[in-house]
Design a protein around this ligand. Structure first.
Ligand code: HEM
Length: 154
């Protein structure tokens, strides 16, 4: 019999055009649990997933460029989880909507982006590297904030 239960909820919030819902940052505990190396490994997995995803065409097509992009993203997520301000130091003010403006980000692209992120989170969940509460807070953050990045209709 399997007694393990999970309260994690990875459902994706529906996108409503013109609405940027309030964003809550992830629990700093997510970063404390997995560490900076864990966050870098997470973003490496995520970008490797993007490299093979249906939205690969909007990302760098060169593997080395993709690795760099993963590191910049890890800098951002470490910072947003309360760690050192690596992103500000290396890339300047986040201004995420503006940085995404050159790329056509549609509601469907957001779905692929989130599903790819969920896949990258799996080792953390399966190996219990972070508490469910902290993992959930991370998911909730990207679930909401990804809506802000949409700038093009399907
Ligand atoms: C809605 C789905 C999203 C799509 C399709 C998307 C796509 C992209 C693309 C094409 C880039 C440029 C290539 C790269 O450097 O990776 C990028 C950069 C980036 N994205 Fe997103 N993004 C999405 C949502 C988000 C969200 C919600 C966040 C933060 C919570 C985020 C954080 C970043 C960061 C930190 C960078 C690097 C910016 C830089 O180094 O200047 N993205 N994204």
């Amino acid at each position: 019999m399997n007694f393990s239960s999970s309260s994690l909820d990875f459902s994706i919030l529906p996108y409503q055009e013109g609405v940027n819902p309030p964003v809550t940052k992830p629990n700093p505990g997510f970063l404390t649990d997995i560490g900076e190396e864990g966050m870098r490994a997470l973003l490496d997995r995520f970008y490797m997933g993007l490299f093979e995803s249906p939205i690969k065409d909007i990302f760098p097509s060169d593997r080395e460029e993709m690795k760099k992009a993963a590191q910049h993203s890890a800098d951002f997520f470490i910072q947003i989880c309360g760690g050192p301000a690596y992103f500000n130091q290396n890339r300047g003010a986040p201004q995420m909507r503006g940085r995404h403006a050159p790329f056509p980000i549609t509601p469907t692209a957001r779905l692929h982006w989130l599903v790819t992120f969920e896949e990258a989170l799996k080792p953390i969940i399966e190996q219990k590297l972070s508490s469910e509460e902290n993992i959930q807070s991370f998911w909730n953050y990207i679930n909401v904030f990804s809506q802000w990045m949409i700038n093009t209709r399907d």
